[in-house]
Ligand binder design. Sequence first.
Ligand SMILES: [Zn+2]
Length: 376
Amino acid sequence: MRPTSATCIATVFAAWCTPVAGDAQDRQPTIPPPSIIEYRPQSTLVVPTHEVPRAAFPVVDFHGHPPNLSSREAIEQVVAAMDELNLQVMVQARPSSGARLTQQIEAAREAGYADRFVFFASLDLDDVGPGSGERIARQLEADVRAGAVGVGEIMKSFGLTTRKADGTRLALEDPELDVVWQTAARLGVPVFIHTGDPAEFFEPLDYTNERWLEMALFENRRFNDRSRFPSFEDLMAERDRLLARHPNTTWVLAHMGWYTQDLGRLGEIFDANPNVLAEVGAVLYDLGRQPRFAREFFVRYQDRILFGKDSFRPEEYSYYWRVFETADEYFDYYRDYHAFWKLYGMDLPDEVLRKLYYGNALRIVPGMPTAGFPEE
Ligand SMILES: [Zn+2]
């Protein structure tokens, strides 16, 4: 008689649970083990694969860091790469303001690509003191008049290392800056803000840290010295108070607010603050390891999430299309020090993809070119 499935399960569990002589957990390799750098196992898994070189719908890259776009040559190079990927519009989020900003806006117009780029204005947050808020707000007004359609990217130095004129750390919620966020609200432009970094960067660099390799490789990604940096939790709490304090400002959190390891917390921010959206740049490794929960989250908050890539490396975009669009399993991420695990596709519905790729960006960015996008 064949065993019942219940018996099979019991048998499997018995095999797992009963220690077998010679199979102890503390057994040591009989040959020298490789280092974390050397060990590169190749997957032997054969499953259906679907490479996605081009996005299924035209895309706005909300977190664009192309080179400075002040020459026709630079612009044409970027446009050629965008065309291959189905990137319709790139937000230039590389910090620029004043002449550096207007030069790029004019160059894009002169090259005939005004409908392929939009430009955000950066803020000079160094040495803030009495009167700085008014000065920064005035510059923002001038930049928006010159054609900027958003603020940002506000870099992670704000909150971590930026100092006030008196030498103290500039807190995210410093009241001197209230006028700046109010000005953005009045002008109707979104504020794109990067706060902190992955939570693990703020934790001790020991062998239980999921980002040990990245922290070991990059000294400037270690924020675990409490005498120099706030804790991850304190920084996030400060950011969350800032969002709540300015409900009329549209905030876009870069890198999903660094909550992809705990999406429920980002959901709480979305629930509490209708003025907040988030962008997916450089956190694909976390989404692709929780494809089912992430899919549920993206469906639930489909009006709040924007596509963005961060660093401009054209060969990396297709990993995003593959995670968002397919149900592929167990495939490599593009950067092994971000994640030593594999990715899975989220298989997002078309309706959600459209909002992620362009719909939400078109809704929140004033004057976003509509050419090249499907009519709703
Ligand atoms: Zn960035």
